[in-house]
Design a protein around this ligand. Structure first.
Ligand code: ATP
Ligand code: MG
Length: 372
C-alpha cells in the first residue's frame, strides 16, 4: 500500500528561519519513515524573503504573495519559521514590512485560536527563575481566543465629555470596546474541552466575571459547552488570580482557556516559566488549515551562523502532528526524543550553562541530527 501523504507548506521566512526549518524537515522525514507516512514539504516565500523576491521580479511587492497563500490553502498544514529583521524595518515609513505577511496569512486562513503549550524539561530547570519544586510536573496548554475582545471592538476618542469615573473633569476621553459573540466563545471553549479530553481532563476558564459583562457571558457559555464533555471538569478563575497562580503553582493547570487580551498577557507570562525562548512553540488554528511556528522571532543577530536552537521549531512539528494530522503517537515520540536529548546533556549555546561540557554544545544541524 502506498504511504499516506501529507502536504506541508513550509515557510522559512527570514533570519534563522531557513536554518531551523531545515531541521524540522529532517525530523519530519524521520517521523514519516517510522510511521509509513510521506510528508511532502514545499517551501514558499513569506516576510522579508517575499518582499525581496517580489521586488526583484519587478513587483507588485508583497510580504505574502498569492502563490504562497494558494499553496497554504492547498496544504494539510503550514509550518512557519519566522519573519522580519533590520533589513526591512529600517526602510522608509510607507514600505511593506515582513510582519504584514504573517498578519495576512493568519487572517486569510481564518485562524481564531492560538495555542501556547508550556512544558517543563527537567534538564533545563536551572534556566527558570522559579524554584525547581514549583516546576515539577508543569505541562499546560494555553488556549487564547484570537478574533474577538478588546482588540477588535470599537476604538474611539472624544472631546469634552465626562469620564465614566464621574469626576467632572472635561477634556479628551478614550474608549476601547470589548465585544464577544456567544459563537466565538463556544468554538474556542469547545476546542479547549476536546484538547483536555485527550490530556488530563481539566479546563480552567479564565475571565473577569465579577466586573465584565463579556466575562459573565463567557462563563455561562463555557459551562454550557463543558456540559457536553462529561469526562472534562471545567473550573473558573478570575484573570488576576490566574496570573498569580501561574507563577505560584503552575503545575495545577492542564488546559487554560481565555479571551484575546487576557490570553495575550497570560501566554507571555507563562512562556517565561521554563526560562528559554528557544524551546517554545505555538499554533494558530481555525476550521481549515492551521499554522505552526516557534514562539521566538527571526533572531537576525545570530542568523547564518549555524548556532540557532531548532527545538522550538521541532516542537511546532509536534503540535502539527497532534492537532492537524491526528498523529498523537508520533507527537509523543517526538516530545520524548527532545526530552531524551536534553537529559543526555546536549545543548545549543542559548540553553547551555556553566555546567554544560564544551563537547555537549551543538550547532543547529547537529541538534537536529540528535533529535532524529
Ligand atoms: P519578534 O521578532 O517576535 O519581535 P524579537 O525580535 O524580540 O522577537 P527574537 O528574534 O526572538 O526576538 O530574538 C530575541 C533574542 O533571542 C535574540 O538575541 C536572539 O538571538 C535569541 N533567540 C531567539 N530565538 C532563538 C533561537 N531559536 N536560538 C537561539 N537564540 C534565539
Ligand atoms: Mg525579531
Amino acid at each position: 500500500m502506498a504511504p499516506r501523504t501529507y502536504r506541508i507548506c513550509t515557510l522559512p521566512g527570514d533570519g534563522i528561519g531557513p536554518e531551523i526549518i531545515a531541521e524540522a524537515k529532517k525530523v519530519l522525514a524521520a517521523v514519516g519513515a517510522r510511521h509509513d507516512v510521506e510528508f511532502v514539504c514545499t517551501d514558499q516565500l513569506i516576510g522579508g524573503a517575499a518582499i525581496d523576491a517580489t521586488t526583484e521580479a519587478g513587483g507588485p511587492v508583497s510580504a505574502l504573495p498569492d502563490t504562497t497563500l494558494e499553496a497554504a490553502r492547498a496544504s494539510d498544514a503550514v509550518l512557519l519559521a519566522a519573519v522580519g529583521g533590520p533589513k526591512w524595518t529600517n526602510t522608509n515609513a510607507g514600505a511593506i514590512r515582513p510582519e504584514q505577511g504573517l498578519l495576512a496569512i493568519r487572517k486569510e486562513l481564518g485562524l481564531y485560536l492560538n495555542l501556547r503549550p508550556v512544558r517543563m524539561f527537567r534538564a533545563l530547570v536551572g534556566a527558570s527563575s522559579l524554584k525547581p519544586e514549583l516546576l515539577e510536573g508543569v505541562d499546560l496548554l494555553i488556549v487564547r481566543e484570537l478574533t474577538g475582545g478588546l482588540y477588535f471592538g470599537a476604538h474611539e476618542r472624544e472631546w469634552g465629555v465626562e469620564g465614566a469615573g464621574g469626576n467632572g473633569a472635561r477634556g479628551e476621553f478614550a474608549r476601547d470596546t470589548m465585544e464577544y459573540s456567544e459563537y466565538e466563545v463556544e468554538r474556542v471553549v469547545r476546542w479547549a474541552c476536546q484538547a483536555a479530553s485527550r490530556r488530563r481532563g481539566r479546563v480552567c476558564s479564565v475571565d473577569k466575571a465579577n466586573v465584565l459583562e463579556t466575562s459573565r457571558m463567557w462563563r455561562e457559555v463555557a459551562h454550557a459547552v463543558g456540559a457536553e464533555f462529561p469526562e472534562v471538569t471545567i473550573e473558573d478563575m478570575y484573570v488576576d488570580n490566574a496570573s498569580m497562580q501561574l507563577v505560584a503553582n503552575p503545575a495545577q493547570f492542564d488546559v487554560l482557556v481565555t479571551e484575546n487580551t487576557f490570553g495575550d498577557i497570560l501566554s507571555d507570562e507563562a512562556s517565561m516559566l521554563t526560562g528559554s525562548l528557544g524551546m517554545l512553540a505555538s499554533a494558530s488554528l481555525g476550521d481549515g488549515v492551521a499554522l505552526y511556528e516557534p514562539s521566538h522571532g527571526s533572531a537576525p543577530d545570530i542568523a547564518g551562523r549555524g548556532i540557532a536552537n531548532p527545538i522550538a521549531q521541532v516542537l511546532s512539528v509536534e503540535l502539527m502532528l497532534r492537532y492537524s494530522l491526528g498523529m498523537d503517537e508520533a507527537a509523543d515520540e517526538l516530545s520524548a526524543a527532545v526530552t531524551r536529548v536534553l537529559d543526555e546533556g546536549w545543548r545549543t549555546v542559548d540553553i547551555a550553562d556553566e555546567l554544560t561540557a564544551a563537547d555537549r554544545v551543538l550547532g543547529t544541524s547537529a541538534m537536529g541530527d540528535k533529535i532524529v
